[in-house]
Design a binder for this molecule. Structure first.
Ligand code: NOJ
Ligand code: CA
Length: 554
């Protein structure tokens, strides 16, 4: 039973093949290199790898501009290498999900080339056209400040085409049944090659109505059911993890009331409010986001993350809240992006403060959902703000103190490894941290291990406990007569927090610390009083039983 819904208690690790490990020395990461690092990933304890786009692409949006859905970009290897890779992952019990980018294609995709040059082509209707420039052509751009419009004129077709993202990414007409059938075929192809599912790009736009007459796009939610049904007919445990930055009142439309639509979505609501709380110490909006995103069918799961490959999107916060996060974590204009976000990696945002970083990752690992790491998080990698837009946080993995951080033998790879300063490969790399028992890497490995042994987070019901302090979050999960309790102090000051443990005993229950010997007994009034260090955190099992004993009953 427990293993049936593997994604519920998974640890996902996102990486791009091109920046992870280069085996043949051409300066670009490849599948052969990634395969050499699978034992590292397995040792870290992650259970699933999410590969960013791997398909052939002109590479103008980091591969999110696909020009062939049925192949691997030759710079990464061949389809044969890919099949070897999924096999090597399966050998180690690692699942693989890949990016599925079907809201749009590259303008270099043969479908678009044919569609624009031949009005009678069957592909003409695979895209979204207008005879005249639509009046709202400048509305709804995804990248404000960089992207000018959502409609562009195509000289070949002598028509306007719709593109939600950059102008080299024409939107597919996803209402067209032929496009829908092709989309399923793409999923079927990769499933056959051994993937366990997809991180689906831009889902609200995939399912939205599109066209020159569409003023307010309408989401066609039933499309999601057809994706899921198809996937599960082909491979029972395959999943879709949706990128959908939506408001909580539509969450159930995406999951489906009975879980009949998408099994997983990233929790953007929680993400933005987590950063607000990290910036200010005020836990109220975070508690609110937790409760607002609580309703979901039992089979559904949130993907919980801190930073991803894009900017930290703060668009759903109030202007005052957003200003507070900018002031704390991205005060300079060059650190901000698209008028709504911060483009830095987490470690520099938190000024490399180990206590603050541990707090943030401890929280991520204990929030309701499946944690999603970004490569390099585990060693606290930084960013290169000289690189444009989001590219600043997409630099190669730092493996060692060798030239180019051991990522490649090439002396001048197209994307250089970060060198010099507090985040350069000379100081931040896997090899050095592996030898240091107190490194962030070894801390992360221990935390991941413990997270996997606390399935209550994934499966249980949670309550936000009342405490004596507004800067401390106390979360308690209950599942199968077990309870676990987490404390996080968001303030840079030590404090004593008082609370009831959330068990049913009027006299309270002891709290057994899962990470150290520092347990807590309730006082005479049944309340606990725990002293937390600045940015301190605690993981407890409620009730005094040895946690391994309790687990064996499950
Ligand atoms: C969302 C992806 O995360 C982002 O990187 C990309 O630019 C857009 N979708 C367009 O595909
Ligand atoms: Ca290579």
């Amino acid at each position: 039973m427990l293993n049936d819904l593997w994604y519920k208690n998974a640890i996902i690790y996102c990486l791009s093949v091109g920046t992870f490990m280069d085996a043949n020395g051409d300066g670009i990461g490849d599948f052969a290199g990634l395969m050499r690092r699978l034992d590292y990933l397995q040792g870290l304890g992650i259970t699933a790898i999410w590969l960013m786009p791997i398909q052939p692409s002109p590479g103008r949006d980091n591969g999110y501009d696909v020009s062939d859905y049925y192949n691997v970009d030759p710079k990464y290897g061949t389809l044969g290498d890919f099949a070897e890779f999924t096999h090597a992952c399966a050998e180690r019990g690692l699942r693989v999900i890949i990016d599925l980018v079907v809201n749009h294609t590259s303008d270099q995709h043969p479908w678009f080339k044919e569609a624009r040059s031949d009005p009678d082509s069957k592909y003409r209707d695979w895209y979204v056209w207008a005879d005249k420039k639509p009046p709202d052509a400048t509305h709804g751009v995804a990248f404000p400040g960089v992207q000018k419009s959502t409609w562009s004129f195509d000289k070949r077709a002598r028509r306007w085409y719709f593109h939600r993202f950059y102008d080299f990414q024409p939107d597919l007409n996803t209402s067209n049944p032929h496009v829908q059938a092709e989309l399923l075929k793409i999923m079927g192809f990769w499933i056959q090659l051994g993937v366990s599912g997809f991180r689906m790009d831009a889902v609200p736009f995939v399912i939205a109505t599109k066209g020159p007459k569409v003023r307010e796009p309408v989401e066609q939610y039933e499309m999601l059911r057809s994706f899921r049904e198809f996937l599960q007919w082909r491979e029972g445990d395959a999943i879709i993890l949706a990128e959908a930055n939506v408001l909580p009142d539509t969450d159930l439309e995406y999951f489906g009331e009975e879980g009949e639509r998408l099994p997983m979505m990233f929790n953007f609501q929680l993400n933005q409010n987590t950063f607000y709380t990290l910036a200010t110490g005020d836990t109220k909006p975070l508690k609110h986001a937790l409760l607002a995103t609580k309703p979901r069918p039992p089979s559904a799961q949130w993907g919980v993350f801190l930073r991803n490959h894009d900017e930290l999107d703060l668009g759903r916060l109030t202007p005052e809240q957003r200003a507070a996060v900018f002031a704390a974590f991205g005060p300079e204009p060059g650190m901000q992006l698209y008028q709504r976000g911060i483009r830095r990696r987490l470690a520099p945002m938190l000024a490399g403060d180990r206590r603050h970083l541990e707090l943030a990752y401890s929280l991520m690992l204990s929030l309701p959902g499946t944690p999603v790491f970004r490569y390099g998080d585990e060693i606290g990698m930084g960013d290169d703000l000289r690189r444009p837009e989001r590219a600043c946080a997409r630099t190669p993995m730092q493996w060692s103190t060798e030239p180019q951080g051991g990522f490649t033998k090439h002396t001048r790879p197209p994307v250089s490894v970060i060198s010099g300063g507090p985040y350069g490969f000379e100081r931040v790399n896997v090899a050095t941290q592996r030898r240091d028992p107190n490194s962030l890497l070894n801390w992360m490995e221990r935390m991941i291990r413990m997270r996997k042994e606390v399935p209550e987070i994934s499966w249980g019901d949670f309550e936000v406990l009342r405490t004596s302090r507004s800067d401390v979050l106390a979360l308690c999960y209950h599942w199968r007569n077990n309870s676990v309790l987490f404390l996080h102090n968001f303030a840079a000051k030590a404090c004593t927090v008082k609370f009831r443990s959330g068990c049913n005993e009027p006299v309270g229950c002891p709290l057994i610390n899962l990470l150290s010997d520092d347990h807590s007994q309730p006082g005479d009034d049944g309340r606990h009083a725990v002293v937390l260090e600045p940015y301190g955190y605690r993981w407890y099992r409620v009730g005094g039983l040895d946690y391994l004993l309790t687990r064996s009953e499950i």
